[in-house]
Design a protein around this ligand. Sequence first.
Ligand code: ZN
Length: 600
Amino acid sequence: MKKGTDLFSREKGTDLFSRVFGDFAQKREKINLSPFLNLSPFLLLLAFQAAAADPAADTVFVNGKVWTEDEARPQVQAIAVLGEKILAVGTSAEMRALAGPRTTVIDLNGRLLIPGFQDSHLHFPGPSVNDVQVDDARNVEELQKILRDFVKAHPGDGMQQGGGWTYGQFPGGKPHRKYLDAVLADRPMVLDDRDGHVILVNSKALAMTGVTRDTPDPGDGRIVRDEHGEPTGEFDDGAKSLVYPIVPDASFDDRYEAFITHMDEAVADGLTSAQNASWSPMTHRVVLRALAEGRVKLRLRFATPIEAGVDYAADKIHLSRPITSADLAYYRELRETFPGPLVKFGAIKGYVDGTVDAKTAAMFEPYVGTKETGIPFWDPKELNETVALYDREGFQVMLHAIGDKGISMALDAYAYAAKTNGTTGRRHRVEHIEVPRLSDLPRFKELGVIASTQAIFCEPGPTTFVSYEPPLGPQRASHAMPFKAIDDAGAVQAFGSDWSVFDFAPIRGIYDAVTRMTPEGTPKGGWYPQQRISVEAALRHFTRDGAYASFDENIRGTLTPGKLADLVVLSDDILTMPPQDIMKARVLLTMMGGKITYEE
Ligand SMILES: [Zn+2]
């Protein structure tokens, strides 16, 4: 153990005798352990008998609160792991009886042990370690300071890339290239917004794109212009493709470094599995290298794109609309080659609309103060046919849909596919579901569609009251991120984070879903508190429901004997502590497939 060894004890490779009477007694003094070793003579006898048993467990966690998510046995004291699987669950005495001479026994000292967290929507490999991240800025001065400090620490002559900005950081909610020019004028700068739907560039980069006041908007996006008609440097949704040609390709080593670095961060936050809501040939090579080097630390399922753009063509994968048989053959091959449980394929990701902040999420009624109702990216008929094609082929379709109209279109497409193909059990998914029509929520259960939501989205940050709630208006905002209503409608709700857009720490996600407050505790009582859910529900959405959403409920997601030993130990019992304190809980240990991937 490194620092923090008073949290729980662990002995490795020692026989029971020396554990009881040898160096462990000293260790116990030193690190202030709970009375794990105050065994009764009876239990000692049991343990000695078990030492002879074959095969003994590799790891045994005792004396804790083991929250299994298994309805057959929801809470036990202890759990034993053998190889990559859970050997047994039960009382501490029963599990100690499964220990042998080489067993690692971990005393939980009453702490909470839960199934490993699954993030059902994120985006590996994530940002380059050479990209600047401005998420933490609360205003344009702070944003400029972050940029200035980063540029100073990372001098160069090429393009500075980065991301994480939001409308609320800029005066009047209006981003403009002049704020970037003030920091960096002689090198191009290209910054993604936090949601990944909008790009802001400085004047140098704008000049490189060749876009001027005379350039027309593309049909699926917007070149934002100032009051004089000049481009501000903001490119919304489809207009981003006007910037892509000037952005240099990320190098393979850069992507690999990002993947490894961020995977370490994820396991430190307790993640043992994740649904990647994207994929590219570059990502694929990165993952293959990590697999070959034995460095994949969490279970990853990848979603290939419903249709591909220029990035994929560069790697000789010609995906296009309409989907060709070659495209399908390739996706089938990926699905067969990677069936899991470590790396898995079989999902298809598409976008129905954009975001509320950019007013590109497709709504039935206009955004407040405008005539705009957002931009659906598909003609409904074309969407239906494309979804039906993948449905017929046995793929699970994931459709990004945020506005009420976009969500309706996604559900319509799933209903159409099931009816046309006569299929069931595809577990298609709607991603985000931020502002649904409440009358659409029962359709999730009826159609067997997964509600893939992001817990942290209900955290009311500064942008919520600047660029999110005002364009929706109070009626629609009152049921934005309606986690409670989704649960009440009987849907399977799988929580994710949409990292690298947002923090992927599930503890923070649980805090958000339970309080609907910022980490600082505002607004008091929570943002539309009627949509708060319980810790139990939030935990289920981050564990069991995520496994179901990946078709993995028979092999993981609950702490059930025979399932994969994916689990997490927390410093505090989030199930009983005051909700406002949940973020104080830390991940002490993460285990995936019986191997410890993180230890505080
Ligand atoms: Zn996403």
